[in-house]
Design a protein around this ligand. Sequence first.
Ligand code: TRP
Ligand code: ZN
Length: 886
Amino acid sequence: MYRDAPHPIRLEDYRPPEFLIDRVDLNFDLDPDLTRVAASLQVRRNPAATRGDGSLTLHGEQLELDGVSLDGYPLTPAEYRLDAESLTLLRVPDSFLLQTWVHIHPASNTALEGLYQSGGMLCTQCEAEGFRRITYFLDRPDVMARYAVTLVGDKARFPVLLSNGNPGESRDLGDGRHEIRWEDPFPKPCYLFALIAGDLGLVEDQYTTASGRPVGLRIYVEPHNLDQCAHAMVSLKRAMRWDEERFGREYDLALYMIVAVSHFNMGAMENKGLNVFNDKYVLARPDTATDQDFAGIEGVIAHEYFHNWTGNRITCRDWFQLSLKEGFTVYRDQEFSAAMGSSAVKRIHDVRGLRAHQFAEDAGPLAHPVRPTAYIEINNFYTSTVYEKGTEVVRMQANLLGPALFRKATDLYFARYDGQAVTTDDFVTCMEDASGRDLTQFRRWYEQAGTPQLWVKGEYDGADGSYRLSVRQFTPATPGQQQKRPLHLPLAIGLLDAGGQELALRLSDEVGDACEAPLPPGTRVLEVRAAVEHFRFVGLPERPVPSLLRGFSAPVKLHFDYSDQDLEFLMARDTDGFARWDAAQTLMQRVLLRLVAEPGSDAPSAFFGACRLALLDTDVAAALRAEVLTLPGESYLADQMRVVDVDGIHRAREFLRRRIGEELRDDLMAVYAAQAETGPYAFNPESAGRRALKGLALAYLMAGGGEEALTRCRDQFAAAHSMTDVMVALRLLVDRGGPAGEAALVEFYRRWSTEPLVIDKWFSIQATSIRADTLEQVFHLMDHPDFSLRNPNRVRSLIGAFCTGNPVRFHAADGAGYRFLADRVLELDPLNPQIASRLLKSMIRWRRFDQGRQELMRAQLARVLDAAALLSKDAYEVASKALEGT
Ligand code: TRP
Ligand code: ZN
């Protein structure tokens, strides 16, 4: 909690550490109520740093200091200074052994940072700055040390004691306690430290690396969850193999451990050799998890595994470089998931997410560059911009270089920086050095916030068979960055003839250039650099339809004056699956925004025709058909309006869903029936795709109304073939309301009351219902015995789901949703600032709404900020930036 006005940390103030720590020896005497931590640090002056005043300041928060000694001599309080955030030794030699003794209180740690209790176990979370809640240390990623850890704990309570690296000696202490030692041979920053103590079951497997080294794989979970680890283990082995093949990266220890915990602020954490996961990204069984859950596990298991090279072996110099590890690692996990399933569908999901979250972030008060320049609380910068836009920036470099040079560049990166803490700039330098290309202008992507907009125009000249594309780019101002410079970006395009065939793309040599990229045949990547660029294609016998930004080759908003017919054509004929989907999205958005503007009007019949074609095109995989036919979400539509019309968007979208259901009823029935499954559930791209299409068909049928659809829906719920099918049916029954919905909720709860991850779904379904009384239901659910503010998954499943997944109810015109959110933030902030601050972000874009809602949101934000003296830095930063300029 902050008392004085918190001061921002700035990139420009970065200095190398004055001291380095080579070795760390930690001894934990573990107890939930009081854990003792003894630390021995081998410290020396950094020869590469400028000399300061001779003192050494270590970070430390919420620690109770029991003693300090230097080279074996105890220090008296006169020899050090202690405050709430640090311990300063006034005079130290050039090289010395520093010992500290502290005690901490895991059971009362509700922030879930540092050492805390989750159920019966003790676990740690140190990224970004949690290690300072465990012991006094130089808690910054450019201080890398070798760790040896001794864990002492009660044998019955904590039969399993884990830390990073390799297990060493263990012994029985004879008094009911035991002790085990762990050693990590790889130097690491302290944010990668982890320990686990608990009564855990274990699923074990073996992996042999490409060079023939055996690796023991272990997944630790609470014993009753042992039957839910199989998918995580398969995913891990696939990720390990893929990383060897695609990036030449092998695992480096003899042991790889994953632990699932139920109280966790985020998805998972890549601690060296000992990943700690949110239950949600480990546990799955066909009856408990949806296809989306299975895919999420595959992706997050891979993500954390990939961090071993991109994050751990090569880490960040400082937290401004966070995207160095996160952007690159998400790029790697996206590519992995694409390889495990359909790359077009994977790309569609990722772009949908980017547009929904990152574009929104970039257009609001929290807009920041991929490499931010200042922060008050680093935990607020684990954002969609750092992760997902950072991924796009890596992807663009991969596309600019092409697969062979990109691989050469990543090989160089791994060879050059192994064991070091580096910057995003160092990464780009490797791209340049391996390819011989100049990426000076490209570096602006790391520095400039905001979503660039491209206006593209095409002119066909029948006389000489040429087609001229002109591209103008502009990035709108963001807070603190008024002037934007043009960006260097790859624009992947194809040209289609009237029959849907790819036309050969030959540029007249007068302007522009192009390169090869892993995109569909017929595609070329144009490089855009200037504010306005022209590209002239020659040898075209007819006016082409351009297919632009294929595969979403750059994270921009692209405008082209397509006719509805062009979009219907691309939606049906484009050879790039992503581009088909994108054309459909543009068309649907257009139809929906017209319906918002003219209530009472209908969609054109050609639109339903295009939907029918897409639904029935069995040459296209079911998964892709389902994506193409999914309407843009309400929040995304809101982003396309000058002033958000909350109710108009909801009404228009519900209307169009109903109309599609009515117009296509028979086809939807046929498609629904054709996807029926007979065998047992299996998670693979084909069957998941069929389930997605089936779910989509059922949703439209229910929207279209009628007894037949309702019967199908009830049957699907009752058949319980998979959690995917059950959740689709439950969603529809609950939204429809009435006794069928009530009964389904009761039945679902009864069946799953002992599975917390399934109960999270039960909370979410209710919180995101379009029913008018949803907020009332949410209030009731907060009193449910299964609800707890102390479990982040529960908070997200109820409060988070309502505030971010239910725009029409959250933004109710009376402001009840806003008051509800502010109350919850104020209640949560003292317990868990990270979660409180994330929730608060759902009001960040208050200026986008009508006058009435603006006032209501502003008032609630001000209420939160008024609590400033008690507020965490996390929530303070969000509230103060939201209200900047008012
Ligand atoms: N580095 C983690 C990842 O991306 C995420 C992370 C950062 C995290 N801070 C955290 C996870 C705090 C849990 C809690 O994989
Ligand atoms: Zn990560």
